[in-house]
Design a binder for this molecule. Structure first.
Ligand code: HEC
Ligand code: HEC
Ligand code: HEC
Ligand code: HEC
Ligand code: HEC
Length: 331
């Protein structure tokens, strides 16, 4: 009985709502705050200059014009994608926006998180879940989007966060970590520095011990296309790089009962869990090791559409300690 109730609650909490239908339709923003005629960013600036300025530097502000997203929608149906990356956009087409397009066309604006203000806004700090938790799209035989899966997650960040909270008792919300002092920039658009700071690598001669610090969900979290590789090489430029481990999700296109149409889902998840320490063995002849964060899936990378500098962030790289010394020095 209580298990059933819990299940129903968790489905309700993540299912698309009319307020934010997760890209499947246009967002209903409801009444603008403080009796303003609409939600456009230009109306907020005069009174909330600090939030508007820091938000301008966030990945949210440019989630649609973002270079990686622009490449991604050339090979996908843009309507669903754009209605989440720029929930108030009117133009759902691919390609460059006309000059002087308003901020609402470029990315996630204030309404994406603040509509509706007041009592209906839900748990404090949790407007994040509408976009950072959603199921794989389910298409019919003719390729029309029917619904989003409610068992197989394309992004599971809110679910990972809930499990982290349940297992650690930590009560921090998304905004407590990502918006210190109300900062709306969230570390800026390419968070290499923040990602580097979150990764802990302890090298020894024969292994790397890899874990994360202060992360309240999996690593990498976010979209299924994100993954991390551990690579070794004989040369400092990694021209002879070999991959010895990957942290990510492996996908399969198949049936996921009770859903009747086949669709994508994750059949394996090797990402780092918060608190986990992963030991990756290093082959004997390797002299250098590095950890690389991949913004897009391996097939997307191999397609050649994404220049390497755009889709890969090197988070850690070092020469390995020599192997022999420890063996010889016995007490
Ligand atoms: C004329 C000045 C003014 C304008 C314009 C304005 N605000 Fe505000 N806003 C305020 C003041 C003053 C407060 C603090 C008092 C309060 O809570 O109502 C506030 C509070 C807020 C809060 C916090 C409220 C809460 O429930 O915690 C948010 C969010 C907000 N405004 C969003 C916006 C957005 C989005 C816009 C533009 C669409 C906007 N405001 C435009 C003056 C303004
Ligand atoms: C990605 C989601 C998101 C977006 C986009 C966003 N906000 Fe916020 N905003 C929040 C959250 C969450 C809080 C509460 C922060 C906290 O708990 O410290 C907040 C707080 C605020 C507050 C209250 C500040 C305070 O110190 O209490 C104002 C005002 C505000 N936002 C205005 C805006 C305006 C204006 C925009 C558009 C330029 C905007 N926000 C865009 C998520 C967002
Ligand atoms: C309307 C949808 C939407 C909402 C609501 C939303 N996000 Fe996002 N968020 C996105 C998209 C899309 C991106 C990808 C932006 C990019 O990198 O191009 C993103 C990226 C991020 C990133 C990665 C850093 C970056 O700027 O690229 C963080 C962290 C993040 N969001 C946190 C939050 C938090 C915390 C909240 C709730 C307070 C929130 N988001 C609410 C859509 C949303
Ligand atoms: C205990 C702190 C903490 C909490 C709570 C937390 N995060 Fe994070 N998150 C991090 C850190 C640290 C990183 C890695 C550095 C970075 O990207 O900012 C990260 C990374 C991310 C990223 C980048 C994608 C990636 O590869 O990891 C997104 C998106 C994100 N968080 C969203 C969220 C959302 C949404 C919530 C709430 C459901 C949340 N986070 C809760 C600390 C936290
Ligand atoms: C329900 C909301 C939602 C929908 C629908 C959606 N996305 Fe996203 N997308 C996000 C969020 C949230 C992030 C940030 C998470 C992260 O950092 O991994 C993101 C990140 C991305 C990124 C990474 C951007 C960067 O700069 O690294 C790409 C590319 C992307 N999405 C492409 C797409 C495409 C293509 C589609 C349509 C097939 C799509 N998205 C549909 C919410 C959505």
């Amino acid at each position: 009985m209580s298990a059933l109730l819990l299940l129903t609650c968790s489905l309700l909490a993540t299912a698309p709502s009319p307020r934010f239908p997760q890209g499947t339709a246009r967002m209903e923003v409801g009444e603008a705050p403080h009796g303003l005629p609409d939600w456009s960013v230009s109306r907020c600036e005069g009174c909330h200059a600090e939030q508007v300025e820091s938000w301008r530097h966030s990945g949210h502000a440019t989630a649609r014009t973002d270079d990686v997203f622009q490449v991604a929608i050339t090979e996908d149906r843009p309507g669903w994608c754009v209605q989440c990356h720029a929930p108030l956009a009117r133009n759902l087409e691919r390609g460059a926006l006309p000059p002087n397009s308003p901020p609402e066309e470029h990315g996630v604006t204030c309404a994406g998180c603040h509509a509706p203000l007041g009592a209906a806004a839900g748990t404090p700090g949790m407007p994040c879940a509408g976009c950072h938790q959603f199921g794989f799209p389910v298409f019919d035989g003719r390729g029309r989007l029917q619904r989003l899966s409610d068992t197989q997650w394309q992004q599971d960040t809110a679910g990972e966060w809930r499990r982290w909270r349940a297992s650690t008792g930590d009560t921090r919300q998304c905004a407590d970590c990502h918006m210190p002092r109300g900062d709306h920039a969230m570390g800026g658009t390419r968070r290499s520095e923040a990602l580097k700071a979150a990764l802990v690598v302890e090298p020894s001669a024969s292994a790397l011990r890899i874990s994360t610090r202060e992360v309240g969900h999996g690593f990498p979290s976010g979209d299924v296309m994100r993954w991390v590789s551990v690579e070794v090489a004989d040369d400092a430029l990694f021209e002879s790089a070999r991959t010895v481990a990957t942290f990510g999700r492996r996908l399969a296109l198949r049936a996921w009962p009770p859903e009747t149409l086949i669709h994508l889902g994750a059949v394996e998840d090797t990402r780092l869990k918060p608190g986990e320490k992963r030991v990756v063995a290093i082959p004997g002849n390797a002299r250098y090791a590095r950890v690389v964060y991949h913004l897009v899936a391996r097939e997307q990378e191999d397609s050649g559409l994404y220049p390497e500098g755009l889709s890969r962030l090197v988070l850690w790289a070092e020469p390995l300690p020599p192997r022999t010394a420890t063996l010889e020095r016995k007490p």
